[in-house]
Design a protein around this ligand. Structure first.
Ligand SMILES: [Zn+2]
Length: 397
């Protein structure tokens, strides 16, 4: 940690530029305490390492900042300087007694308070969620900045994200999500947006890089980005990969349900596995959950027959309870829900001319065309291309 107090209550913050001798005089002549537990801490000095404080004995402190890596300390100091250089009021490791939290940086800007957490290591998900909730409860906006060391890029436009990473998404509009990374080694921010999942951990995404002097605090936190749907070639090659190979890795429970209905997973209709808004909520592969909706509700229906959003959502909910489908935890989307993804999927099927709104009944849809079940993978891939083209045209009208 970078903050301690003396017995007389004087604050010693190591983010400030100190004369080394002056600092040593204080720490050698006075007892230095942890601001939250008031136990003794000592100054850890090193020629190469960043000077920091550590508890003399580790027991009983609510806030354990002991395991901060050099990378974390460096980032925290750089982010502090970045804020200060913009004339923004910022306090390092400010102790908030009411919620017993000590955010890395506490920012006051335009009458609003922000807890900025620079997260480089894994902590318990429950701890992270508790922290987010505590801040929100105090009307403090949490801003999660992930360590650049967590940034795991796959092929060009793809990114691997764990469930834990996704707990740290930020959203300023409850619809679009961003992940903010900062790397103290390259001194660079990366803002990840337009997250479109194609498997439980793989996402297509847009990434923008910024040097700290090229982006301000308000620009960083209000990085409200238009959610761009992935471009067709990327999505098509992923879908081809799914049909030729990846479906083999799907859980047996899914394979069984499709096979029992005479529909191998590799040959699901092309209307399954299309990008839809807010599908980030659903961790299960889009091909599977959308394929299941087609299998259970659309394929068995005769043309002219109807189904409803409510009916589909209720069954889906049961499947979620049974653990058949998995929902992600996205604390930053507090006014949103996975049912939004299901609704948007139905609207996309409408655009594809498979169903239409049944104007007589609320959220009811009538089937107007049969789905084509492809006979082989080649035919399926060709149909995938046509379906995506059609959607692209409809959505860009
Ligand atoms: Zn302590």
């Amino acid at each position: 940690m970078l903050l301690a107090i003396t017995e007389t209550g004087r604050t010693i913050s190591l983010v400030k530029k100190w004369d080394k001798q002056e600092l040593l005089n204080i720490t050698e002549n006075e007892r230095i305490l942890c601001p939250s537990c008031k136990e003794s801490v000592q100054l850890k000095k090193g020629n190469k390492r960043i000077w920091h404080f550590a508890h003399v004995s580790k027991k009983n402190c609510e806030i354990q900042l002991e395991n901060e890596s050099e990378y974390h300390l460096k980032g925290k100091i750089q982010l502090y300087d970045w804020l200060r250089n913009q004339g923004i009021h910022v306090e390092v490791e400010k102790y908030l007694p009411k919620i017993k939290q000590r955010p890395d940086l506490f920012v006051t800007w335009e009458d609003h308070q922000y807890a900025l957490e620079f997260q480089c290591s894994n902590i318990e998900s429950t701890v992270l969620l508790k922290r987010t909730t505590a801040y929100l409860h105090e009307n403090i906006t949490p801003i999660w900045i992930l360590g650049g060391n967590r940034f795991k890029r796959g092929s060009e436009n793809s990114l691997k994200l764990t469930a834990f990473d996704l707990l740290m998404t930020n959203s300023s509009d409850n619809k679009t999500l961003t992940l903010i990374y900062y790397c103290p080694a390259t001194r660079q921010f990366s803002i990840v947006s337009s997250l479109t999942p194609y498997s439980p951990i793989n996402f297509l995404a847009s990434v923008d890089f910024f040097l700290p002097n090229r982006i301000s605090f308000p620009e960083l936190i209000n990085a409200r980005r238009v959610h761009k749907m992935p471009c067709n070639p990327n999505w098509l090659s992923l879908k081809r990969r799914w049909r030729t190979n990846s479906y083999l890795f799907a859980a047996d429970s899914f394979k069984r349900i499709f096979y029992e209905n005479g529909l191998p997973l590799s040959l699901v209709p092309s209307e399954a596995g299309i990008p839809v808004e807010l599908m980030i909520w659903i961790r299960t592969e889009p091909v599977i959950w959308q394929g299941w909706i087609l299998l259970e509700f659309i394929i068995p229906l005769k043309v002219g027959g109807s189904t409803s959003f409510q009916e589909i959502f209720q069954s889906f909910k049961v499947k979620v309870k049974q653990g058949f489908f998995v929902i992600r935890q996205l604390p930053s989307l507090s006014d949103s829900h996975y049912s939004f993804a299901i609704m948007d999927y139905l609207q996309q099927l409408e655009k594809l001319g498979i169903i239409e709104k049944d104007l007589g009944k609320r959220s009811s849809f009538r089937k107007i065309a049969e789905l084509i079940i492809p006979k082989n993978v080649e035919e399926a891939c060709e149909l995938d291309r046509k379906v995506l083209m059609k959607l692209y045209k409809k959505n860009n009208m």
